[in-house]
Design a protein around this ligand. Structure first.
Ligand SMILES: [Zn+2]
Length: 574
């Protein structure tokens, strides 16, 4: 079933074990398996076979003398050096630099409080923070909140909470909606100078005019007429949708953004922050350049989908004779087989496919937090793409790998048995019944203690590889020689320290029924993946009862999991 041929596989395991032994004094099974799997991921389909081979070879290498080990290492030295060079190149951090930065540096993060932050926002804000630090500058939190019917205070609160969790702090905070009065003055200037006009066309007429490149009859109104109409807009004499203030641009411009975009529109909805104070609301296109300029922003970072809007941004500032910030474009960060569109997420929630914005299959910040991804991992992941402008969809595995590097350091190691069957061990000496096992191979985070009886749960798959006469090691305890195999279980005799592959076990009576929730891709071919969350019932050792909600553990040979709900003992895969 494996693509790798057996001889080649044995060589790869041996190489990894030798390198690991030379580097760390002793080869570790988990490190060697990890290395081999990174080269041949298809081996995941037969972990027990891999495990057996690794265990045997690691024992062999660990029993070599120093001289023998060094001479073995020499055989592969050239390969080792080129591999580590390749790895260095692959993991080299991109330079995070902006061009021509001299003097003051002020940037901003501009969320709209109409939803939750997702991984793409995290990339932008973490880059902005990095630059603010690098150039001894500052970073502003700017709420772009001029769509009263869509925005809510709860989103402001959620955004702030997520940003705090990500470790981003701001030097200043402001809201576009706090500045509306001033924006009206700029609008009037635009009208007086012939740079804006009031259009009374309906949405469809505006759309077709833009598509065909023709201006409407309102474009030729006199300044006086425009000022008069603008006055009736401000005094709430017109209905929603009957008038807008538009830029007097170029209706045949190649960049369709320049074809007289809307600058202000009528909206009578109550605003979460300003109440009913305003009925004429500026658009993003007008807000952003004016507020950036007025608030001292020197450098704005935008993702590539806004590139067409740059021309408009600068045009408005030119017309108002306001200082122009620099704009730096970066690629948008998107995750393969996942989505961030609010409309589509809401659809999945409505259909009850997912539980909400914190469903652990999503890549919203609140979902990543719930899943057990650390802010440090998000930062490493988000910044690795540097200033590249190439949009690409990236696998979530890259983020999970960054996260594992962090959680590996102090996650408790626990035993988990997925398809339990019984192994009865005879003749266990009294002295072997009380065991104390470290919770982490390296970190000093305590012990788990056992008072063993003679019945153990082991994995059915592990058992299926054993026959009478084989010796198997109950990891952290002792070895057992198999004496009998039936369809219901196995029997064996205590075999002290005899060599054999190590397997996971749980002593009968110490088992806790748990659920492992494995998270897969949310989408397959852009459709909801009905198998995106699979649940396995299993046994975890009794120590798990002392875990706290939210704690991350490693189930040995299975992987990292986060305790999501202690009342049901449900763990989420990491
Ligand atoms: Zn018109």
């Amino acid at each position: 079933m494996l693509n790798v041929d057996e001889a080649q596989l044995l060589t790869e395991i041996k190489k990894a074990a030798i390198k690991n032994a030379v580097e760390y004094g002793k080869a570790q099974e988990s490190a060697v398996s990890g290395k081999v799997l990174s080269k041949a991921p298809e081996l995941k389909n037969d972990m027990s076979k891999l495990h057996k081979l690794v265990s045997t070879i690691v024992n062999e290498v660990n029993s070599m003398g120093k001289v023998e080990l060094e001479s073995e290492y020499k055989k592969y030295e050239v390969e080792f050096t080129s591999e580590s060079k390749e790895k260095k190149e692959k993991t080299a951090k991109p330079k995070l630099e902006l061009k021509d930065i001299k003097g003051t540096f002020i940037t901003r993060f501009p969320p709209e409080p109409n939803g939750y932050l997702q991984i793409g926002h995290a990339k932008a804000v973490l880059m902005e923070q990095t630059f603010a630090r690098k150039y001894n500058g500052s970073i502003i939190l700017y709420f772009d909140d001029t769509n009263p019917e869509k925005e809510e205070q709860r989103f402001v609160d959620a955004i702030k909470e997520d940003l705090k969790w990500l470790g981003v702090t701001f030097d200043k905070e402001y809201y576009a909606s706090d500045n509306i009065g001033l924006l009206y003055k700029y609008a009037e200037t635009m009208i007086r100078e012939g740079n804006a006009y009031v259009c009374m066309c309906d949405a469809e007429k505006m759309r077709s005019g833009r598509a065909d490149g023709y201006g409407c009859v309102h474009k030729t109104h006199t300044t006086e007429r425009n000022l008069e109409l603008w006055g009736t807009m401000l005094s709430r004499e017109l209905d929603e949708g009957t008038a807008t203030l538009r830029l007097n641009g170029d209706m045949s411009a190649e960049n369709t953004m320049m074809r007289d975009p809307t600058l202000f529109r009528i909206k009578y909805s109550t605003h979460y922050r300003q109440g009913d104070k305003y009925a004429i609301w500026p658009t993003y296109n007008f807000n952003t350049p004016v507020n950036d300029s007025l608030n001292g922003v020197t450098d704005a970072i935008r993702s590539k989908e806004f590139e067409l809007e740059d021309e408009l941004y600068f045009k408005i500032l030119d017309m108002l004779q306001l200082r122009k910030p620099r704009i730096h474009t970066i690629a948008r960060l998107e995750i393969k087989n996942n989505l961030t569109s609010k409309r589509k997420i809401n659809e999945l929630i409505r259909e009850k496919y997912i539980s909400g914005y914190d469903d652990p299959r999503l890549v919203t910040i609140t979902a990543l937090k719930r899943r057990g991804i650390l802010p440090g991992a998000i930062k490493e992941f988000a910044l690795r793409f540097g200033m590249s402008k190439t949009n690409s969809k990236v696998s979530i595995d890259m983020l999970l790998a960054e996260n594992r590097k962090l959680i590996d350091k102090n996650s408790k190691r626990l035993s988990c048995v997925e398809e339990p069957m019984e192994l009865i061990v005879n003749d266990i000496p009294e002295s072997e019944k009380n065991k104390r096992v470290k919770l982490h191979p390296l970190a000093d985070i305590g012990y788990k203690k056992y008072n063993l009886n003679s019945v153990f749960f082991i994995n059915t798959t592990d058992a299926s590889n054993l026959k009478i006469g084989d010796t198997v090691r109950l990891k952290g305890a002792f070895s057992v020689r198999v004496t009998g195999v039936t369809k219901d279980g196995m029997t064996g005799n205590f075999a002290g320290d005899e060599m054999g592959p190590a397997i996971q076990w749980i002593n009968k009576g110490d088992e806790v029924a748990c659920k492992l929730l494995r998270i897969g891709d949310l989408l397959i071919n852009d459709k909801f993946n009905k198998d995106s969350l699979s649940v396995t019932n299993c046994y975890v050792e009794g120590y798990s009862k002392s875990l706290e909600n939210g704690e991350v553990v490693q189930f040995e040979r299975i992987g990292f999991f986060k305790l999501d709900d202690k009342s049901t003992m449900s763990f989420l895969s990491l």
